[in-house]
Write a new protein. Sequence first.
Length: 447
Amino acid sequence: MNILIKNGHIIDPSQGIDRVGDILIEDGKIKEVHIQGKEQRAKPPPTPPSPSRGEGKGEGESLLSESRIIDAFGLIVIPGLIDMHVHLREPGFEYKETIKTGTMAAVKGGFTTVCCMPNTFPVNDNASVTELIIRKAAQEGLCTVFPIGAITKGQKGEELAEIGTMRKEGCIAFSDDGQPVMNSLIMRRALEYSKAFNVPVISHCEDLTLSEGGVMNEGLLSVTLGLSGIPAEAEMIMVYRDISLAELTGGRLHIAHVSTQGSVKLIRDAKKRGINVTAETCPHYFNLTQDAIKDFNTNAKVSPPLRTERDIEAIKEGLRDGTIDIIATDHAPHHKDEKQREFDMAPFGISGLETALSLSLKLVQKGILTINQLIEKMTLNPAKILRIDKGTLKVGSDADIVILDINKEYEVESERFASKGKNTPFEGWVLEGMPILTIYRGRAYER
Ligand code: DOR
């Protein structure tokens, strides 16, 4: 289906575009981009396709059947977002999420590319699981899914997984996320492989000997609540180790879900020294402190845990000065019954795909990032780290586009999530700015 998006404020950091213009989509690709007052191509403005009724309407999808011309006046038009850290739970934990429901949540949240972590059952530690995920995603997925393979067999941290064959099958990165790789020699080898195969190793930084038994941030509050704490050092020690190993090997290190001030400092310093390291944080780490669990709210129980005001400030500064390259969701859906257990027993994780963009826009509203910088951290930067041809509105690329209304206010209601995971600590929050239309390869999904 052909679509013409007219008069939108186009922001595409991959081409340095920040102006009003039109985009013509044909056969799922971006055919033309016409910037007002500055023609990108030596061509006349795109001719609107004749309005006709949409065909092939699928589940979860509302095709713009009445018209194929979208007037985006007053709205922002950006490349489809990339989330390089999600848990789709399939195979094995379909009661928490499936590739279908997870990708429905993705497009609702403005994401058109997601990378799924390997902590499924069986673990994605061999090419047959990778193949299964890719096949399922092609059949049922509503957006592009790139699998992330495990670093070690069964994510047990003992023996390297089949990195080479998984890479060939389509894994885009390697990680034992959910678990750290405690053995430094194995992590060293993984980073050597990352260099050889030219893929990032994504590190879940947690020293298990320090965090063991912990369920929240360690400090006065954990003592007051009588809960076991996880010190910030459990993260920082591993960030330091992995930076050292990246320096030793020249491998490509990406630090997942940065939650502490100390980690931000270590990464900033490593980047200054020219070490091959990139980093991500998630919306909950700059919007919430540990106070969110005061009432034993298990929906705010996450790994690494929510920290302090000081950590939030450091993370914002890290985002602002470029130490933290990207914002990912760490979308970790869990079943209600699991989260309704005692705090100690509930699983770690937050369902993040459907609130991430609005929560991240707070950084723009508070003047910490420009909207350009924010979009860069959710499109261009992950595309660069993953070396994929996504997150751009360049002519000829897939028509993965989001139309964003930065003034639209709404209340977070988890019951309305497309994700099976209703586990959000942002329930009832009134957020400003939301993706109102996501176009994936030319197909439009209305929020
Ligand atoms: O909170 C988390 N949940 N952190 C992780 O690293 C893993 C994730 C999960 O798989 O539930």
